[in-house]
Ligand binder design. Structure first.
Ligand SMILES: CC(C)(COP(=O)(O)OP(=O)(O)OC[C@H]1O[C@@H](n2cnc3c(N)ncnc32)[C@H](O)[C@@H]1OP(=O)(O)O)[C@@H](O)C(=O)NCCC(=O)NCCS
Length: 293
């Protein structure tokens, strides 16, 4: 099999390979310099650990690395010993970002282990690599845990901070006539929902749109067929009911049937009720968890 096709394969049934002293933890910085295809093997590895059936757009990984300020020294892959240096099997990865807006907190951008090798200490090993290699300016690590992973992160020393939800509804208008972001600047008002400043700043310019009224402003990007609200702010109030009303006006400006996602909505009963009344559904829930180093 050509080396290109082997990067994320599982080694054939030889559990002796999992003697942890034989596995290698390699930073993405080193892989980028020494591997024949650089980081290209990460995309198929991600598909195998997280699924998705090839639904992601080709080339999504470099965009993610940039948007989420991924630190290539602290991020890593665990692989089998390189008998043939061009043909090691990649068993797991951990991506960690150091977006300036969160400093001195670093942020997990994704971690996965291929199903057959879960429960054998690979995640713990990759977190130890992160702890050793994070810049000295960073003494905290934050992750976004889906409900089923909470107890694992708690076991690994993370404490719950707050809960967020991603909301979904559909455009109800005739056209998607949203403005280009030329004049928009973050920091306009009271922020109700937000991803990272950097994910917006580093999104491709052609994908960015802004929608604004006198009362509020939304920063959006086109992600495949959906529109994603990265940041939503109100001009002079933080009243959640008012925000829900304004997001419905945004929806009325988006072409009928286009999925509209709002990231980082507060996951508390009042905040969710105000959106539920208007037909918004929770697409995903997560808990922000933090550990100190
Ligand atoms: C989550 C995931 C990365 C964990 O990787 P892993 O290599 O199986 O994890 P480890 O074997 O290193 O386990 C880490 C520790 O957590 C513990 N643990 C695992 N699941 C646990 C749970 N549900 N509750 C409490 N502790 C748990 C393990 O016992 C281990 O502790 P120990 O070292 O003291 O024995 C892996 O299951 C995975 O890829 N899942 C799918 C993708 C995903 O959900 N990624 C995370 C969010 S992006």
């Amino acid at each position: 099999m050509p080396a290109d096709l082997c990067e994320s394969r599982e080694p054939g049934g030889d559990d002796a390979l999992l003697d942890s002293s034989e596995l290698e933890t390699v930073s993405l910085a080193r892989l980028a310099l020494t591997h024949p295809r650089g980081l290209a093997g990460l995309e198929p590895l991600f598909e195998r650990t997280h699924g998705g059936g090839g639904a992601r757009n080709p080339g999504w990984l470099p965009i993610k690395l940039k948007r989420e300020c991924v630190d290539l020294n602290a991020s890593c892959v665990v692989r089998t010993p390189s008998v043939d240096a061009r043909d090691p099997a990649w068993l797991g990865f951990a991506l960690v970002g150091t977006p300036p807006s969160l400093a001195p907190c670093a942020r997990m951008s994704g971690m996965g282990v291929v199903p057959r090798y879960r429960g054998r200490g690979l995640a713990r090993r990759m977190l130890a690599h992160i702890q050793r290699t994070l810049p000295s300016t960073h003494d905290k690590l934050r992750c976004l845990s889906e409900p089923h992973n909470r107890s694992m992160y708690a076991h690994l020393g993370f404490e719950e901070s707050h809960n967020i939800a991603t909301l979904l509804h559909f455009g109800a208008g005739a056209d998607t006539a949203l403005a280009e972001p030329r004049d928009a600047r973050p920091g306009h008002g009271e922020v109700i929902a937000q991803w990272l400043d950097e994910t917006w700043t580093h999104s491709p310019i052609e994908s960015k749109r802004v929608w604004q009224t006198d009362d509020g402003r939304a920063y959006l990007t086109r992600e495949g067929c959906s529109l994603l609200v990265h940041r939503f702010e109100l001009a002079d109030t933080s009243e959640i009911e008012r925000g829900a009303l304004i997001l419905d006006r945004l929806r009325a400006s988006v072409e009928q049937g286009t999925p509209v996602l709002v990231y980082g909505w507060p996951d508390d009963p009042d905040a969710l009720r105000s959106m539920d009344h208007r037909g918004w559904k929770v697409a995903q829930r997560a808990c922000v968890m933090v550990r100190n180093y």
